[in-house]
Design a binder for this molecule. Structure first.
Ligand code: HEC
Length: 173
């Protein structure tokens, strides 16, 4: 009787462990989670870029106005501190306004090369501290003539070409 109970407890644990392993190893479940995270990145990308364009359009009239890029970086810092996700605004022309805004780690360096060669979405799944993250990068083109008020070298970049990029690191839920 006691042996049966011990055995059934053991079997219950073994069953839970197997179920946990199956969830962790289930590529279909992982793919669905990565797909959902990619959708979240695309939504964030549209929200952030639309906000930068709106701010530039409505509030930025000259070199002394507070740039939408600086507002975006302050917003990204606040969102990161709250633990939601990380986003960085990067230069891909080789001439950043602020030398901090350049590709730093291996993913960003490789992704910037792909963005410069015309790719519109670069991604990679990253494991860190037992968690999974979706790293992603999207291009920032010169969307309006006003951008060149403060970044004069954008004038020599062909229309539609990327001058910058947004680099994301979003937890995969
Ligand atoms: C009023 C001046 C001003 C205007 C107009 C402006 N920017 Fe910027 N931009 C800045 C400043 C200043 C920074 C550095 C912000 C920081 O690091 O806090 C910056 C940073 C950036 C960066 C990050 C790389 C770097 O150069 O440091 C990108 C990309 C960028 N801006 C793109 C744009 C685009 C696209 C537009 C037009 C929609 C634009 N900017 C309009 C001043 C401006």
């Amino acid at each position: 009787m006691r042996l049966t109970r011990v055995c059934s407890v053991f079997l219950a644990f073994a069953g839970m462990a197997t179920a946990a392993w199956l969830v962790a190893a289930d590529p279909a479940a992982d793919k669905a989670a990565v797909d959902r995270t990619r959708q979240t990145v695309k939504m964030l990308d549209d929200v952030y870029k639309t906000a930068v364009v709106l701010i530039t359009e409505k509030y930025v009239h000259g070199e002394n106005d507070f740039p939408a890029g600086s507002a975006a970086i302050a917003l990204f810092d606040a969102i990161d501190k709250k633990g939601w996700h990380r986003v960085r605004l990067l230069d891909v022309t080789g001439d950043p306004y602020d030398s901090e805004n350049v590709a730093k780690d291996a993913f960003e360096k490789k992704a910037v090369e792909k963005i410069k060669s015309g790719e519109s979405f670069v991604e990679q799944v990253e494991q860190a501290g037992g968690k999974q993250f979706l790293r992603a990068m999207t291009p920032v083109p010169v969307v309006m003539a006003k951008c060149a008020i403060c970044h004069p070298h954008y004038k020599s970049v062909a229309a539609g070409k990327a001058i910058g990029a947004l680099s994301y690191r979003v937890p995969i839920q």
